[in-house]
Design a protein around this ligand. Structure first.
Ligand code: GDG
Length: 477
């Protein structure tokens, strides 16, 4: 890479995956996902760069260009992947920030690796950013980067966005390194959250932990103001909407239904195999509907895609065993020749097959115990221009704030999940269309482009000119 950039993304992973071609040579492809799609145009306009790990441990790569983006690979050793990524990020912060639905582990060695790796990301960002550049740091793996970067480069405009929930003070308080993390985030000019509740949890924490006053969205430090605000992330509505109108995707959706034995109702779950996603809860509800006889045999098939995730973390290995046992039990009890009620796939699919699955499904079941947003819910809605299809959605997913016309459920209440799944299956076409139309309008308006541009506009607009430290009362907010 030549020169420095005026716009820089800093994220745990680079937005590319390495492929080995049949002739043995390696090439990079842009990873699927809304974040890259939303940010790519900004990157091109501003000669942007992206710093992140390239996905292979113990390998140092030089910066390179790919698809109009300058990429800066950050090396991680195998041990750091274990301690910083699988450890502190995914065995400490992930469960702690998701309402401790699994017990977090607290290890000093993991914390030290987290700090070391965050320092490496901050140093790389400081070297890559030109004078006065805008730097946008992503997610829970890099919460120390804003303050580290500000120390190295006070001239930068620094934004941070947290993709997962920010927990209530009472839970965050348990973290032995709570002060370091909060001070790390306060290095940013703008700290973005999925929901207003996350932003207010953070402001309250800053007051209680550091005695910082705040007013409205703004937290007052000695020499500057940090803005905290919700920016609910979204999907590329237009792209999904156009994919499912393509004849080969429509044909594939029909074919999927035939391959499933043409049941009356196709229910679908699509998740990373993660204990926050409530996969066990929805399977339990479906199994009970079969057992109670409220669903006739052959009436419904539940397709569960569980994409492999974090397979070296103990808790995830256990979850996989639990889910597979549960699927086996339901199928063992209710299958008939030619009919298997739960179709479970521990695999990843390309985005076209996923779109065809969304289109084929009558009921999308999204039941996380806690989720920052949940893009799957918004993707499903984007794929149903036919206005057919129902969304069963957990109240504990960020998406529930916007998709009020979903069949909302408390995933801890198995009777509620059963009731809403049935209501979704029994709803009239008119009722389905009414709900789907409103949800589609919402996602079409607040798509991922809007998310990125609202964040960047807020980042580049300095905190309200009128608000000064003096105008904030110590106990306000
Ligand atoms: C975190 C937060 C927040 C899944 N399987 C396949 C596949 N996927 C895609 C989905 C969707 C994405 O992965 C999953 O996004 P979610 O939002 O549902 O969940 P997390 O991975 O936990 O994401 C979450 C998000 O960050 C963004 O801020 O919404 O709350 O936890 O896009 O489609 N994609 C393909 N094949 C698969 O097999 N191609």
């Amino acid at each position: 890479m030549t020169g420095r950039s005026s716009f820089l993304i800093v994220a745990n992973r680079l937005p590319v995956d390495r492929r080995i071609e049949p002739d043995g040579t390696a090439s990079w492809r842009r990873s699927p996902g809304g974040l890259v799609t939303a940010i790519a145009p900004v990157m091109q306009r501003r000669h942007g760069a992206w710093a992140g790990w390239h996905g292979a441990p113990d390998e140092k790569l030089e910066p390179f260009e790919q698809g109009g983006m300058s990429l800066i690979p950050i090396p991680l050793s195998d041990r750091e992947v274990e301690l910083y990524y699988e450890g502190f990020s995914n065995a400490t912060l992930w469960p702690l920030y998701h309402d401790v639905v699994a017990p977090p582990v607290y290890h000093r060695r993991m914390w030290e690796a987290y700090r070391t790796v965050n320092e490496r990301f901050a140093t790389a960002a400081a070297e890559a950013a030109e004078e006065g550049a805008v730097v946008w740091v992503q997610d829970y793996q890099l919460q120390l980067v804003p303050a580290m970067l500000r120390r190295l480069r006070p001239d930068l405009r620094i934004g941070f966005f947290l993709h997962i929930p920010f927990p209530p003070t009472e839970l965050f308080w348990r973290l032995p390194w709570r002060k370091d993390l909060v001070e790390g985030l306060l290095g940013a000019d703008l700290v973005g959250f999925q929901l207003p509740g996350g932003a207010s949890n953070f402001r309250r924490l800053c007051r209680r932990l550091l005695g910082l006053p705040y007013k409205g969205n703004e937290i007052f430090l000695d020499d500057r103001v940090v803005t905290t605000q919700a920016f609910p992330i979204s999907v590329d509505f237009a792209q999904l909407d156009s994919i499912v109108r393509e004849p080969h995707i429509m044909a594939r959706a029909k074919e999927i239904r035939v391959e499933l034995g043409d049941p009356e109702h196709v229910l679908l779950g699509v998740d990373r195999l993660d204990y926050t996603k409530g996969i066990g809860q929805r399977l339990e509800a479906f199994g009970e509907l079969l057992k109670d006889g409220r669903l006739r045999p052959n009436e419904a098939v539940f397709v569960q895609i569980a994409t492999p995730s974090r397979e070296r973390v103990e808790e995830y290995r256990r979850l996989r065993d639990d889910i597979e046992l549960q699927v086996g039990r339901i199928n063992g009890e209710h299958a008939q020749l030619g009919y298997q009620p739960v179709q479970y796939f521990h695999q990843s699919y390309d985005h076209e097959e996923l779109a065809a699955l969304y289109l084929a499904a009558d009921v999308m079941v999204v039941t996380p115990l806690r989720d920052g947003m949940n893009l799957v819910a918004k993707e499903y809605v984007s794929c149903h221009h036919d206005l057919h299809g129902a969304l069963v959605l957990s109240e504990f997913a960020g998406a529930a704030d916007e998709l009020r016309q979903a069949y909302l459920v408390n995933p801890y209440d198995v009777e509620d999940v059963k009731r809403q799944m049935l209501a979704a299956m029994r709803a009239t076409p008119h009722e389905l269309a009414r709900r789907m139309r409103t949800m589609r309008r919402r996602v079409a308006t607040y798509d991922v482009d809007r998310w990125a541009s609202e964040f960047l506009n807020a980042l580049e607009t300095p905190a309200s000119q009128t608000s000064t430290r003096r105008s904030a009362s110590w106990r306000s907010g």
